[in-house]
Design a binder for this molecule. Structure first.
Ligand SMILES: [Zn+2]
Ligand SMILES: [Zn+2]
Length: 417
């Protein structure tokens, strides 16, 4: 077998020694994580968070760019030799949650909390940046570090793509990788799956228009309330009967509003909810189904209904070859038991999906079940009591660095496929 030209640079040491190196960087990363945790910010504009990240990257010899429409940080590490570009990403934003962990470094910003672990993501990526910057001489290629605001519903990744993050190194990224901590997976476990790993998330709203009147004489009116109720049930039937059992979709009506007084039949009723799907064709079809069911049920009762769908994040799809590469690399660095295939997708959504739609790569979960808990009962992501095991920060640093080192050394799927 002829070795690929890229392998000529030699295989980097991505074995257990890399984990030892990550552990030496961990105290600094944990301190950064706690500082970030103390000062959570929400949305696309995170000035204090951006400042902490910029300070932490200072002096590492990176090419640094900040965002225009958002307070992002894009840092490029140029290896000593030429080669492909690999992108590593951390999200930066917090959630409108009042923290109830009682931790000594709990949020000092009322009503905001890093309840999705993005503080840990930034700390791990800064750690990986330090580790990789220390090995610049052995790198053939470039690493782009993408620090991204606005993951929680603000499409921050899409904004960064529009501002050129995928070309930040001077060439288009050949691969992309991100980690997301997960308190309901065993601490230190790296879990991902090929293909759809997280759902597309859309919101819908249906307005039913009837004709109001006196509640004692509904026959003289056109009551939109029972029509709205029938639409809720018909939408459930449309999903369970219309989507194949091996192609998951979830439709939840979460808001139902109508009326002003017990004696008055209202003119309109409104319902709203979320749709989660794992395949784009199913997603598009269900958008049409929602409109058709609403219209049809309303028409059957002499009312009208109008549905609108607000599209959210796309399906997060992991490249199959890159997923195998990550599993192999994580096992080599963290030990054979650490890496495993996620048995089923999650119906949550992620805007790293925009990156993975443009560049082959993967998002992996990093188990972070806190000490003294079991993965089943640990408070979940977005909970006001969400905690992580900070020991996994070293694991994350090692995993991200190993993926970058190994990819640039030719251990991953061929760039430019
Ligand atoms: Zn989240
Ligand atoms: Zn998150």
């Amino acid at each position: 077998m002829t070795p690929s030209p890229r392998a000529a640079h030699g295989t980097p040491d991505t074995g257990p020694a890399l984990l030892d190196e990550a552990r030496r960087l961990a105290p600094g990363a944990v301190a950064l994580r706690r500082a970030l945790h103390r000062g959570p910010e929400q949305g696309l504009d995170l000035p204090a968070t951006q400042r902490l990240v910029l300070d932490a990257l200072d002096g590492l010899g990176l090419r640094i760019r900040t965002g225009r429409a958002l307070s992002s940080v894009t840092a490029t590490l140029d290896g000593a030799a030429g080669g492909p570009t690999v992108l590593l990403r951390a999200d930066m934003d917090a959630l409108p949650v009042t923290e109830a962990t009682g931790l000594p470094f709990a949020s000092g910003n009322p009503g905001l909390m890093h309840a999705c672990g993005h503080d840990a993501h930034m700390a791990m990526l800064v750690g990986a940046t330090r580790l990789l910057a220390g090995r610049r001489d052995a790198l053939a290629g470039r690493v782009v570090f993408m620090f991204q605001p606005g993951e929680e519903g603000e499409h921050g990744a899409r904004h960064m793509i529009e501002e050129g993050v995928l070309e930040a190194s001077g060439a288009r990224a050949d691969a992309a990788f991100a980690l997301h901590v997960h308190p309901n997976l065993p601490a230190g476990a790296v879990r991902l799956r090929p293909g759809p790993q997280m759902a597309a998330s859309d919101r819908f709203r249906v307005v039913v228009r009837g004709r109001g009147g006196h509640a004692s004489a509904p026959h003289t009116a056109c009551d939109p309330v029972p029509v709205a109720c029938e639409i809720v049930l018909a939408l459930q039937t449309a999903v369970t009967r219309g989507v194949a059992a091996d192609d998951s979709a979830v439709l939840s009506v979460t808001r139902l509003t109508a009326g002003t007084a017990p004696g008055v039949i209202p003119d309109t009723a409104e319902l709203a909810g979320t749709l989660r799907t794992l395949a784009e064709p199913t997603r598009r079809r269900l958008h049409e189904v929602i409109a058709r069911v609403a219209r049809g049920v309303a028409a059957a009762h002499g009312a009208t209904a109008e549905a609108t769908v607000e599209t959210g994040y796309p399906v997060t799809v992991n490249d199959a070859d890159f997923t195998r590469f990550v599993l192999r690399t994580a096992a080599g660095t963290l030990g054979p038991d650490a890496a495993g295939v996620l048995p089923a997708p999650y119906m949550t959504a992620e805007d790293f999906s925009y990156v993975l739609r443009a560049v082959p790569g993967a998002l992996a979960f990093l188990g972070a079940c806190p000490p003294g808990r079991t993965p089943d009962e640990a408070p979940s992501l977005h909970s006001s009591r969400m905690e992580i095991d900070e020991d996994v920060i070293a694991t994350g640093i090692a995993c991200e660095a190993a993926v970058a080192l190994s990819f640039l050394a030719g251990g991953g799927p061929e760039p430019g496929r």
